[in-house]
Design a protein around this ligand. Structure first.
Ligand code: SF4
Length: 230
């Protein structure tokens, strides 16, 4: 596993559980609004890079004290040894939350088949027809679509989420996304915060107001079990 950084304790990143967060290095998408640009390339570290050995050594001391581990990115499913690593965490007694952009449905399917995931968080970045432009990558939206179907049929607790740059996604675009995942358990709209972006031009972009988000959520709620914004 190649990690770009970690956070040893969080109360808010794994619903209902205390967790440690592991940031994997590398991502096949190039979202211009990405707020973790240091994690995109496989060769760069965002925080003090940490080795798998250090991670395991630390987690050994947290057995029975910490509920779970969040594996996020970058994109975790790029890591060739992800499933072995997850299996190891499970044998150590940790619940696992996996964050993914859905670009590797094969890896996700296998993780689900092996019961390695306790909570799944998946990004749906844009309507399918706009996907490649939106993520600035040739990754096929059909793969993301397949991953979304896997999540919805998994029987797990899961959430879909969309980071909203106002200049990129109209309320109609957001409703189109929601129609792609109609019937989902949970959909979360995330405010875009221009603190750091992959494309410097996106530092000038904005997001919707609280009132606008609430209005959009009201339209969404009949189509999913739960909708919120943060
Ligand atoms: S925001 Fe986009 S580019 Fe950045 S890590 Fe997530 S999927 Fe990759």
């Amino acid at each position: 596993m190649i990690f770009g950084g970690w956070q040893k304790f969080s109360l808010i990143d794994f619903p209902g559980r205390t967790s440690a967060i592991l940031f994997t290095q590398g991502c096949p998408f190039r979202c211009p609004f990405c707020h973790n640009p240091e994690l995109i390339n496989l060769s760069q570290g965002m925080f003090a890079p940490v080795t798998e050995h250090e991670v395991i050594e630390f987690l050994e001391t947290r057995r029975g004290k910490l509920d779970g581990v969040v594996i996020t990115g970058g994109e975790p499913t790029l890591q060739p040894d992800l499933l072995d690593f997850m299996a190891r965490l499970k044998t150590m007694g940790f619940a696992i939350k996996l964050d993914t952009n859905g670009s590797r449905p094969g890896v996700l399917a296998e993780a689900l088949r092996q019961n390695l995931v306790d909570y799944l968080a998946m990004d749906i970045k844009a309507p399918w027809r706009k996907y490649q432009t939106h993520i600035n990558s040739t990754v096929d939206a059909a793969d993301v679509r397949l991953s979304a179907a896997l999540a919805m049929n998994s029987g797990l607790d899961y959430e879909f989420r969309t980071t909203v740059v106002k200049e990129q996604l109209t309320p109609e675009d957001i409703m189109e996304i929601v129609r792609h995942i109609a019937g989902a358990k949970k959909y979360i709209l995330q405010r875009f915060l221009p603190t750091k972006t992959l494309d410097p031009a996106f530092m000038e972009m904005t997001t919707y107001s609280d009132e606008e988000f609430e209005k959009i959520c009201e339209q969404i709620r009949p189509l999913v079990a739960e909708c919120s914004w943060r």
